[in-house]
Design a protein around this ligand. Structure first.
Ligand code: GMT
Length: 380
């Protein structure tokens, strides 16, 4: 199949899932055309089946807000016509689903029929999408999609609760490539960070308010009262400066390190003993899955789809949002030498359920179904 993938090309979870999906589909022999405003961060190698088309935005003094959605729709029309795409798959509803709707209708007027699938990732529904400034367009473009997927049962439930949805939503969870995300031998790195055999706690995120990074710091400082630990914070975002300040105020700042955005996050995960994800909203929790694949147990909140991923007592523990006392108790339990290996094994076992080879066929089947509903033949 020739598939056009539209996503945010940045470090966010939806862009990572879209890019990894495109890479995995290309390995299966599909031709993948990424249509984005800059090179997706995870699109870091050459393959004969991978193409990248940049959306250029013409600026004009009249435009206080450059019309990105129009430029994107025009690019989708152009790439579909010239590359003879079979299907478009857009990730994150805003503004990708409405741009895809526009592109599909323009192409129809030219005698080209192409279906589009919308994958809902989380904040496009739970935070931004439900805002009255976007809601009518989000509802319309979800209902106009030829196929809709959500990354967890919880996100599907929220979508049906918050919007007037007439379209079927299929749950297809996030996935992981276990050949990349696996525990690597990095003892020298562990020794450098934890010279006195301290346990290593890690958090990775985009440092937005919904991630509740302040709870990561609170829990870490509580654990540190009881046992020697270090904390690594990976990623960057609007809350980072505030969190650096909080770290200094709350406990020894030399035990907390902010690493910024990292390409090879699996190297840090490989030496970590515990991953903290206390989010207020989290439709799936891809970062936690990446940690689990590297044999790192997870303490998460019970927000969104996290209880569907993190199995209480097996891959870690699930606590109520903001219950930092419970998170601390559970963390101390996991970090005991006699318990740690049990949870590390449990984390890996759970991650294996989301191996890319289990999830990829779900998307491929959906493409086939949507195309045959439109009367299009299947080409591979
Ligand atoms: O806030 C983020 O983590 C980024 C955000 C995105 O849309 O780029 O991630 C969402 O999509 C990921 C991939 O499907 C999910 O694993 C994350 O849980 C989800 N984030 C939230 O719901 C807050």
């Amino acid at each position: 199949m020739k598939i056009g993938i539209v996503c945010y090309p940045t470090y966010g979870g939806s862009g990572v899932v879209a890019t990894e999906l495109g890479k995995a589909l290309a390995k299966e022999g599909h031709q993948i055309h990424f249509i984005t405003y800059s090179q997706p961060t995870r699109l870091d190698f050459f393959s004969e089946n991978l193409y990248y088309h940049e959306v250029g935005i013409k600026s004009y003094p009249l435009f206080q807000y450059p019309p990105y959605e129009l430029a994107l729709a025009s690019k989708m029309v152009d790439v579909t016509e010239h590359e003879k795409l079979d299907i478009l798959h857009v990730h994150y509803a805003i503004p990708h689903a409405s741009a895809a709707y526009m592109a599909r209708e323009i192409l129809k007027s030219k005698g080209i029929n192409i279906p589009f699938i919308t994958t809902l990732h989380g904040t496009d529904i739970t935070l931004v999408g439900k805002d009255p400034s976007y809601e009518p367009v989000v509802t319309f473009s979800i209902n106009q999609s030829d196929g809709v997927t959500a990354v967890s049962e919880d996100l599907k439930k929220d979508t049906l609760r918050l919007f007037d949805i007439t379209q079927e939503i299929q749950v297809i969870p996030n996935f992981i490539d276990l050949s990349r995300f696996k525990k690597q031998k990095k003892e020298h790195f562990k020794k450098a960070i934890c010279p006195n055999d301290e346990k290593l706690i890690v958090h990775t995120s985009n440092f937005r308010k919904v991630k509740r990074v302040e709870d990561v710091i609170k829990v870490f400082c509580e654990i540190r009262q009881v046992m020697p630990v270090k904390l690594l914070l990976v990623g960057d975002g609007p809350e980072r400066i505030k969190m650096e300040q909080l770290g200094r105020e709350t406990c020894e700042c030399e035990d907390i390190r902010f690493l910024g955005k990292l390409e090879a996050v699996e190297e840090v995960l490989s030496v970590s003993d515990l991953f903290l994800m206390p989010s207020e909203k989290e439709s799936f929790g891809l970062a936690a899955l990446e940690a689990m694949a590297c044999e790192v147990p997870v303490i998460s909140s019970d927000a969104g789809g996290l209880p569907e991923l993190n199995i209480n007592g097996q891959s870690g523990y699930v606590c109520k949002v903001a219950d930092t006392k419970d998170m601390t108790q559970k963390a101390l339990h996991i970090l005991k030498d006699e318990n740690l290996n049990h949870f590390k094994e449990g984390a890996l076992k759970r991650a294996k359920d989301f191996e890319v080879s289990n999830i990829l066929p779900m998307y491929e089947n959906m493409y086939k179904e949507v195309m045959s509903n439109m009367g299009k033949g299947i080409l591979i």
